[in-house]
Design a protein around this ligand. Structure first.
Ligand code: FPP
Ligand code: MG
Length: 287
């Protein structure tokens, strides 16, 4: 059985679950690549991730998720929160069967990703211009669970957990940087959610931090006046054109690529060609 089949079996009793679209399954794929026997662990981690997205969509008031109506939009916030709680608590019940070490690795990551989400909410209140704060937030919000997935799978196979954790951390950081870049460069149809939504939600992601640094005083004022507003196409194009003009798109992409290269380097002594491929796929994607 694949980890998706296990996941579906766990939650098929809940009718709203059937409206949830499949994601990319990066975390599950990483776990089963490092440890083919750990299919159930992969399902558990994908369940935790899914629960976090259900809650995140309530917090972000998102209408769309994975190209379809989000659960909060379709059934309301209460249902989305409770379905998230159901999925999360069942995942933790299953997690206890993997032994203390693995349970601690995963549960600590959930603690971190919850902190990361809180930091994301707090940072969105004002125009954050601090790259370090952004990096620390995306590490917790996104990289921590990807790191934990690789570390736990390595633990299950008695491999060097530190190396696999570092691989996971770096591809996790790259994953979020690319996500934040695609929010700017891709259209709604490709993304499965509105484009340039981050800025409207108050999220000063890496391309916006670099953009602000590059603008002159007058342009800085203009960018500030657009922050957290509904942008028309002219305004969106102004932002995009400035980002291209200052080479910010390439700069962010190259930073993500460096992290991916470092990740690949960390595990090069192992014969895991698929892990090299997954790392490349993380930066070379359109959504
Ligand atoms: C997506 O970020 C959000 C996350 C990766 C983590 C969210 C975590 C929580 C809500 C904590 C959940 C806690 C438990 C216990 C399950 P994003 O909004 O940048 O990405 P998006 O564009 O895909 O929405
Ligand atoms: Mg969100």
């Amino acid at each position: 059985m694949s980890f998706y089949e296990i996941l579906d079996k766990m939650f098929s009793d809940f009718e709203e679950y059937k409206d949830i679209q499949k994601g990319k399954g990066v975390r599950g794929e990483l776990i089963t690549t490092i440890s083919p026997k750990s299919v159930k662990l992969a399902a558990v981690v994908e369940a935790v991730h899914l629960a976090s997205l259900l809650h995140d969509d309530v917090i972000d008031e998102a209408e769309l998720r994975r190209g379809a109506e989000s659960i909060n939009a379709k059934y309301g916030d209460f249902t989305a929160v409770m379905l998230g709680d159901i999925i999360y608590s069942r995942a933790f019940y299953e997690l206890t069967s993997f032994g203390e070490k693995i349970a601690k690795i995963i549960s600590n990551a959930v603690y971190q990703l919850s902190q990361g989400e809180l930091e994301d909410v707090k940072l969105s209140k004002e125009m954050n211009l601090d790259k370090e704060k952004y990096m620390s937030m995306i590490y917790k919000k996104t990289a921590s669970l990807i790191q934990a997935s690789c570390e736990a799978a390595a633990e299950a196979e008695n491999l060097d957990t530190r190396k696999f954790a570092l691989y996971g951390k770096n591809i996790g950081l790259a994953f979020q940087i690319i996500d934040d870049l695609l929010d700017v460069t891709q259209d709604e149809k490709t993304l499965g959610k509105p484009s340039m939504l981050d800025f409207k939600e108050g999220k000063m992601t890496l391309p916006y931090i670099y953009l602000y640094e590059s603008l002159n005083e007058e342009e800085k004022k203009k960018l500030k006046s657009m922050f957290k507003k509904d942008l028309n196409n002219d305004q969106k194009n102004w932002i995009k054109n400035k980002m291209f003009k200052f080479g910010i798109i390439d700069r962010c992409y190259n930073e993500a690529k460096e992290l991916v290269d470092e990740a690949k380097n960390t595990i090069k002594e192992y014969n895991f060609s698929k892990l090299q491929l997954i790392a490349d796929k993380i930066i070379n994607r359109k959504f």
